[in-house]
Design a protein around this ligand. Structure first.
Ligand code: UDP
Ligand code: MG
Length: 310
């Protein structure tokens, strides 16, 4: 029988974990594949860690990977992929925002020959209007800037075939913008629409500052256009100032020089100073990422690993 590993990154989710596990096991029992679960404990607190250990001890088809500290969801997912053994791997959040029942449909599409089957949210219940508009604006910008086609309204909830998993595992980068990477690896991909529920309980770990940084990560990982903006902006400004210089020479020759223009001088100096700082900042963003990549640090450390027993 084909095997399926469900990878669940978990960070402080004690409140929902029991309910989530019940729903997930029920959903897996309905399938005609040999399913098992791999929880990735991303440095959770004591209560959550204990609960996870219980689940892994009581159920033969539950594995547990404990990371040495909190590394963030992207890394937790990568760690899960590294340790998942199944012919296919499903990634799902522990907060019940992604319905486990949809996995049946994922498996159908996988059997139909798709390597990546992702859940596509048709509706974002429980997200504020600001979060919705900023999210859609960001995805539009990213689509404009990058060469890979990153599907919109798509999260980590998905099924990956073995060869898609191997492809992802072979990517060495430390800055892991997973949404982009899934699209970048290629292979036949298809979306399955679903309604994203609000969190069952607890809080989202994403505040606006984290979301902003996540957006920066996406853009710098998948587009070099911001680096080129500096070049073109520089060209534009210098050709404009060349023309203006010509104009001044001609004007002085014809009408003499009455020394006007202190305010315009200040404006121009300030404007150029601002543009230069901004361009330096953009270069700095890329340089910083090159720096972390070049250090080549391990992505995560494993504290404990208990694979599923069957
Ligand atoms: N998560 C994680 N590490 C973190 C933050 C979150 O493993 O540092 C897990 C979390 O437990 C949940 C999933 O990632 O299973 C999604 O987290 P969250 O609900 O906070 O994100 P959102 O649904 O708002 O994108
Ligand atoms: Mg969530």
């Amino acid at each position: 029988m084909q095997t399926l590993t469900v990878v669940v990154p978990v960070y402080n989710e004690v409140e929902v974990l029991p309910a989530f596990h019940c729903r997930l096991s029920d959903a897996l029992a309905q399938l005609d594949v040999d399913g098992c679960v791999l929880y990735v404990d991303d440095g959770s607190d004591e209560a959550c860690a204990t609960k996870l250990r219980e689940l892994a001890q009581e159920n033969d088809d539950v594995g547990l990977l404990v990371l040495s500290r909190n590394f963030g969801k992207e890394v937790a997912v990568s760690a899960g992929l590294d340790h998942a053994q199944g012919d296919a791997v499903v990634l799902i959040d522990a907060d019940l925002q992604d319905p486990p029942e949809l996995i049946a449909e994922f498996v159908q599409q996988w059997r139909a020959g798709y390597d990546v089957v992702y859940g596509q949210r048709t509706e974002r219940r429980g997200d504020s209007a600001f979060k919705r508009t900023s999210a859609s604006g960001f995805y539009r910008l990213l689509a404009m800037l990058s060469d890979v086609d990153i599907p919109r309204d798509v999260g980590d909830f998905r099924l990956l075939s073995r060869r898609a998993v191997e492809a992802l595992k072979s990517l060495p980068e430390r800055h892991r913008y997973m949404k982009g990477l899934y699209a970048w690896i290629g292979f036949p991909q298809v979306g399955v629409p679903y309604v994203r529920e609000p969190r069952a309980s607890g809080d989202s770990k994403w505040n606006y500052w984290r979301l902003w940084n996540f957006a920066m990560e996406g853009i710098t990982s998948f587009s070099e256009l911001p680096l080129k903006v500096a070049t073109y902006l520089g060209m534009l400004v210098s050709s404009f100032s060349f023309l203006y210089g010509l104009f001044m020479i001609v004007r002085t020759l014809i009408w003499g020089n009455p020394v006007p223009g202190y305010p315009s001088l200040v404006v121009i100096v300030l404007f150029l100073g601002g543009v230069q700082l901004m361009c330096l900042g953009v270069m700095g963003e890329y340089l910083a990422r090159t720096y972390t990549e070049s250090k080549g640090r391990a992505l995560y450390f494993t504290r404990e690993f208990h694979p599923p027993r069957d």
